[in-house]
Ligand binder design. Structure first.
Ligand SMILES: *[C@@H]1O[C@H](CO)[C@@H](O)[C@H](O)[C@H]1NC(C)=O
Ligand SMILES: *[C@@H]1O[C@H](CO)[C@@H](O)[C@H](O)[C@H]1NC(C)=O
Length: 170
């Protein structure tokens, strides 16, 4: 009986310690609205368990970059295969949005986080969120249902994750 109690105490005391390498990732992701997606994204880099917050911001930024690149490819593919003028118009807006995210917002946010300038990083993530919003709304403005709303949502959630991490640095 007392052995069991001791064993229980032992486990209680030492299990959290044995997971301490990932505790920054866990505590960081708990401060984002998308815990599972955050863990999945940060663990995509095998070195993330030894990183500080600026390094984690870079990993999240790389994840956003990958998704933004996928979305840009998707939009380019759709653009090449439509002759619907309204859809064409909206997709062109999205090309601009994702080019800005890839060329300006992601590198800007990563660099700002690494240089310990979280306010600037937050400005870049706010712009990225605005870009996704502009892309998604362009379909409605052209009276078509968005063919990429799931992809836009994934990008948006990654932006929120990145922004949450940069905000913790603040
Ligand atoms: C983001 O992806 C593009 C390809 O779309 C690549 O050229 C660029 O180097 C990537 N940026 C970062 C910060 O990894
Ligand atoms: C473009 O597609 C939308 C949605 O499918 C449709 O409502 C609209 O009539 C189309 N426009 C043209 C010019 O074909």
């Amino acid at each position: 009986m007392s052995l069991l109690v001791l064993e229980a105490l032992f486990c209680f005391a030492f299990i959290p310690l044995s997971h301490s390498a990932d505790s920054l990732i866990e505590s960081t992701c708990q401060q984002t609205p998308y815990y599972d997606f955050c863990i999945y994204t940060l663990q995509s880099d095998p070195r993330s368990s030894t990183m500080g917050l600026p390094g984690l911001a870079r990993v999240a930024g790389n994840g956003l970059n990958d998704t933004a690149t996928d979305n840009l490819d998707l939009v380019s593919g759709l653009l090449g295969s439509t002759n619907n003028a309204s859809l064409d118009k909206a997709l062109k807006v999205c090309i601009g949005s994702y080019n800005t995210i890839i060329k300006v917002d992601v590198p800007g946010a990563i660099e700002a986080a690494l240089r310990n300038n979280p306010n600037l990083g937050i400005d870049y993530t706010r712009d990225a969120a605005k870009q996704v919003d502009t892309c998604e709304k362009s379909f409605g403005e052209n009276k078509i249902e968005s063919p990429i709303s799931g992809s836009n949502t994934a990008a948006y959630e990654l932006i929120v994750i990145l922004q949450s991490i940069v905000t913790i640095i603040l």
